[in-house]
Design a protein around this ligand. Sequence first.
Ligand SMILES: CC(=O)N[C@@H](C)C(=O)N[C@@H](C)C(=O)O
Length: 656
Amino acid sequence: DDEKTPLSAEVLWKLERAGAPVVSPDGTMVVVPLTTYDEDNESETRLWLLANDGSGAQRPITAEGSAASSPVFSPSGAQLAFISKRNEDEAGQIYLLPTAGPGEASKLTDVPTGVSGLRWEGEYLYFISSVWPEHSWEEMADRLKAEEEDHISAFTWSEMPYSFFDHYLNEDRKNHLFRIPAAGGDVEPVTEPLGMAMMPAGTGAGDYDVSPDGKHLAFVTTSTPGAVYSNGDVFLVELGKKKARNLTSDNPANDYGPMFSPDGKQLAFARQRIAGFYGDQAKLMTYSMASGDTQMHHEDWDYGVSGLVWTPDSSGFYGAIDDKATRRVYSISLDGNAPSPVTKENDYGALSIADNGVLVAQRQSALHPVRIGTVDTQSGDFNRLDAFNDEVMATVDAGTYESVTYKGHNGADIQMWVHYPPGFNPRKEYPLMMLIHGGPHGAISDNFHYRWNAQTFASWGYVTAWPNFHGSSGFGQDFVDAINPDWTTKPYADVMAAADFLAQKKFIDEDRMVAAGGSYGGYLSSIILGKENPFKALVIHAAVYDLYAQMSADFAVNMERFGPYWENPEIYREQSPHYYAKNFNTPSLVIHGQNDLRVPVGQGFELYRTLQTKGVESRLVYYPDENHWILSRANSLHWYGEVRDWVSKFAEPGGK
Ligand SMILES: CC(=O)N[C@@H](C)C(=O)N[C@@H](C)C(=O)O
């Protein structure tokens, strides 16, 4: 169709990105944050109200020019609270808006350190703020101002952790929970009087809950504050009392996600059992508020629990479950019956449930961005409520894709998504772009990726492939853990077998094959660089290239679980890509962001310098203002351009 355009990187940035929806208590309204991007590299998030009454009505409810996020309904549904930084605000504050019609948002808080992790429980709005303990708000405001004026940029640390993903942590400030009456009044500290802070980084509304009668607080924090490796535990306290009880002290690994049942009788949470292994499948736990008994449910179910919401009758949950390269809604009861899938294909997430059981979710696929709708919990049907992006997507000439299964390491079945370019002609021969996912303990689901969009790569004239190699999640715990501590052997064999499998297809030109990966995918790409491989070029983004240097990251691969390199050197010696530099000879595009604290940038420079020293054709793309991910519009378009130029140079695009 001449009128249509491919799903180019430019088109990706025209799309509006819908965040997590929240449904009103009566199920009639859904509020969703929607982020748009403009050509000046600016973004804006506004809240949209979608009617769940069959009318299709939808409208923005927050002002243009004022970012808004984290919507929560009041228990009656008459009001909506959200976080926004507007007018004279120095940091994000709580704003309130009536849901019944047009109205101005009114400001509720004036917290100099800002608010996050918002929940509305009974009469109160609860929130998290990163504060200097035992300081008044006035003192903190003065301190912030003084910091701005003293021009000292140094951080100092005497304990761990010191960084998280893309920012350094200020050790003097702690994450604490506060509450304020929704009707207005003073902010009251909740966790400070307990002498316990919340997790030092990445903490949010999912890390605490208040019982329906407003009497108890459950929250997650580390039971090893200041330690190199933290152990998240669930603590319970009667609000107003000074001592919180650790409900999970018997478990050496993380317990998280506390959620009181609607009848208040049980506290659910998720449990991992292997310390230092983020890929450990989480098990569903309940703690009885009456008896104090803790129970694990569905121990033998070979899936991890995630995205849980309680059913209104407190009999069980719905969850968004990573399931063989899809993410499905499952019904998970507490009556002993096995969990059962509600939806079939694609990728569902961000579940929100109304008091009457209306279940709202995001749904996406490789061919369409996130949509918002209700899920019929009997039939699994999705009833879409939004019309976001329909106009733009109607102009897109997308290719097709399919799930295939091939034989990987030792003949094991490996699932792989294969994407074909628009106008694909199986009688022609196409170049292959092999994509290697990160983690490694995640999976490529049937979802719409903005940073690594397989259809965008395909639209350049490549067949693209995403194998879910050994170590990927959603295919059972043994499959996940099959690559520990040896990160190399099986995934490398799986990727080679994927290339072989595709090279045998008549539509693949085996002289035009390239591979690209980020993070762990960059690790495996650098391993491939040091081994025999069929690729004409590699793209190596934010690579874990030096397992020893990875020790300085916020994720010191394998160290906690299998011991540090000075105790078990062979693990790291065998598997660190930098040790195979002698064999490097595949042209490589190396990409890294300065603010990447998950895989610190030195590793990108180390790899580039090694390639240059060895005279291997290579190019370094360095983003001084990006993190592990390339997030700004201009830099992302640049990234896609660099990747396209590099792969095109070594594997000419298009069918021949
Ligand atoms: C656990 C983790 O963050 N691992 C990184 C090395 C990684 O591979 N990250 C992936 C998921 C990414 O794309 O950020």
